[in-house]
Design a protein around this ligand. Structure first.
Ligand SMILES: Nc1ncnc2c1ncn2[C@@H]1O[C@H](COP(=O)(O)OP(=O)(O)OP(=O)(O)O)[C@@H](O)[C@H]1O
Ligand SMILES: [Mg+2]
Length: 240
């Protein structure tokens, strides 16, 4: 795991690697905010299920916490530092080094091979090409997609694409993993392999946040953050 603190001099509050402080976000001026005055800490070394009705802002909150978009108000805090205010280049470096992201629709580059897609996150993080390819092949074998490494994303199934996206997200052994409906396209067996991989990753001390509608997955998580339709949230421990 890449245990780089954003600012090693700043004492990180225990158990709060990533959090939101009075976070507000609207996609456009004049539209009602999707997230309103949300303050939440995501527990480290644990799995947190992010739940809520369709349209309640789960994907949006993941993009905000992962520093892909900037808040309209409030801030996203990493290790006690308001990371959402950092310049673009610094946020990109932080993401490359510490974040793994599984998009709701996999979001693979259709023009490049499955192997190249998986290796990308490692190359962005400064891994050597051979090291990235070795790790990618190990992960792809674990997720049963290694026999598809030379295929293009358009030539594999939706469930396989989702597993490839998980491999890409885990390649750098990231300190924080955001997964947006990572089991949505998967059969029960593949879903349980994916969930086990995310749980194992959290057990190494990483923070894992999974947006899901699947109550059986929520029951397996350590914590639940539930978004309501009004841009707020409640937090509870699933397994105290
Ligand atoms: N690019 C965008 N521009 C404007 N509004 C958007 C955009 N993306 C999402 N929204 C709106 O923001 C709200 C939250 O969307 P979001 O995708 O975060 O919800 P979600 O909880 O992830 O839903 P689902 O469970 O269906 O994936 C919705 O009302 C949606 O229509
Ligand atoms: Mg979503």
């Amino acid at each position: 795991m890449t245990g780089i603190l954003l600012n090693p001099q700043a004492a990180a509050p225990v158990g709060t690697a990533v959090g939101a402080r009075s976070l507000t976000f609207a996609y456009r001026a004049g539209l009602p905010p999707v997230i309103t005055d949300l303050t939440v800490d995501v527990p480290v070394g644990a799995t947190t299920a992010l739940t809520g009705p369709s349209g309640s802002g789960k994907s949006t909150l993941l993009y905000l916490l992962a520093l892909m978009i900037r808040p309209t108000g409030g801030e996203v805090v990493w290790d006690g530092v308001p990371a959402s205010r950092m310049p673009d280049a610094a946020r990109s470096r932080l993401r490359a080094a510490q974040v793994g992201f599984v998009f709701q629709d996999a979001l693979l580059d259709p023009a490049r091979s499955v192997l190249a897609n998986v290796c990308d996150s490692g190359l962005f993080a400064g891994m050597r090409r051979e090291e990235a390819a070795d790790r990618a092949r190990d992960l792809m074998a674990r997720f049963g997609v290694d026999h598809r490494e030379d295929h293009k994303p358009g030539e594999i199934s939706g469930g396989q694409a989702q597993r490839v996206a998980i491999c890409r997200a885990l390649l750098t052994d990231p300190r924080v993993v955001f997964a947006d409906e990572p089991t949505g396209n998967l059969d029960d067996e593949s879903a349980s392999i994916v969930w086990q991989a995310l749980t194992d990753h959290a057990a190494t001390g990483a923070t894992v946040i999974v947006a899901t509608h699947d109550r059986s997955l929520v029951a397996l998580a350590d914590h639940e953050v539930r978004l309501d339709r009004f841009g707020g949230a409640t937090v509870r421990a699933v397994r105290p």
